[in-house]
Design a protein around this ligand. Structure first.
Ligand code: ZN
Ligand code: ZN
Length: 341
């Protein structure tokens, strides 16, 4: 319910820099945002902590607006106020909010189902204040109904790595029962494997980490190895989750003619020169950028149906710096989620 005061608790970024210092400052006096036309105001229950938040805080991304900024783009909350012309959601609805906060709806990309590529898109926690706070705003088109079976904490990590992992599977062209390679096995891949196993795929997981191979087998992988290993069968599709360019040539070498290798990474080290025969045979190499509403809606339904399990570690809002520092030092054993209200 709306608080009577006009200010809210939030963690704000005033100056970017490496997370050796606390970069987010707690305030109890951030203004509570007021929804404009077509917008919802969401009372935040939980907000996931994503590697992109770390990139934002550390200054790796160009900031499109002035500071202070509130990060956070894996938000679960309840609609508590609606702006004019809101028709899809009502006060009291539980919704999820991800990276896409608004798109223009008019450009060629938006009109052709590629709103994830809209050049005018605004992102949650980058252009628009995000979920490390008690309230945030979102265009109602980008608030997703959440199936009742998902708890507030469990739903948060689905809203970024989970949805993007799902889009990566879609763009890899993997079909039910096919042989799929997953390269790298972080938060996004370990949600993607659960979808692929649910589709009856045979999943081959390539990772250096012994611990990740064990987890992959527990989650239903048919085979695990290192990216330098040759899988026993040639693959129908591959999805790369590790930001290492050298893996591209390996994955192209593992897939059959006509197969797609989809890269799920915002940054990747340069892709070394590769012999043409690696891609000859109509193999396709493509990247994956953001996601569409369709991806989010389909994935959230699937996540509840499967159901997808994610390990989570919760922190109070005021410990967002601590959570980011642990993420930066690879000390998190699970997805970090802030418990906000
Ligand atoms: Zn994210
Ligand atoms: Zn657009």
């Amino acid at each position: 319910m709306a608080s009577h005061s006009q200010t809210m608790r939030a963690m704000q970024l005033h100056q970017t820099g490496k997370m050796v210092l606390d970069r987010l400052a707690f305030t109890a006096e951030a203004p509570i945002p007021q929804p404009g036309r077509g917008q919802l105001r969401v009372r935040v229950h939980t907000c996931g902590v994503c590697r992109t938040d770390l990139h934002t805080v550390e200054g790796d991304l160009d900031l499109p607006r002035s500071l202070p900024l509130i990060p956070g783009h894996q938000v679960v909350g309840t609609v508590d106020t609606t702006g004019e012309d809101v028709t899809r959601h009502q006060i009291g609805d539980r919704v999820g909010v991800g990276w896409m906060n608004w798109t223009c709806g008019e450009c060629d990309f938006c009109r052709s189902g590629l709103e994830n590529l809209c050049p005018h898109a605004r992102f949650t926690g980058l252009h628009v204040d995000g979920g490390y706070a008690e309230w945030l705003l979102v265009d109602e088109r980008f608030a997703y109904a959440l199936p009742a079976g998902l708890s507030d904490a469990a739903a948060a990590p689905l809203l970024c790595g989970g949805v993007i992992g799902y889009r990566t599977l879609r763009l890899s062209g993997i079909e039910a029962g096919g042989r799929l390679g997953l390269y790298g096995f972080g938060a996004s891949a370990h949600q993607a494997i659960q979808v692929a196993v649910h589709w009856g795929c045979e999943v081959y997981v390539f990772t250096r980490s012994e611990e990740h191979r064990k987890l992959a087998l527990e989650l239903g992988a048919a085979w695990t190895g290192d990216a330098n290993d040759i899988p026993p069968e040639s693959l129908d599709a591959a999805a790369i989750f590790a930001p290492a360019g050298w893996i591209v040539a390996r994955a192209l070498g593992h897939v059959r003619p006509g197969a797609t290798v989809a890269i799920n990474a915002i940054h990747m080290s340069p892709i070394p020169e590769l012999p043409y025969e690696r891609i000859y045979g109509e193999r396709v190499l493509r990247s994956v950028a953001n996601f569409t509403r369709r991806d989010a809606e389909e994935f959230l339904r699937l996540a509840a149906e499967i159901p997808i399990r994610t390990e989570i570690e919760t922190f109070p809002l005021t410990e967002a710096n601590h959570a980011l520092r642990k993420l930066s030092a690879s000390e998190l054993r699970a997805a970090a989620v802030l418990a906000v209200t």
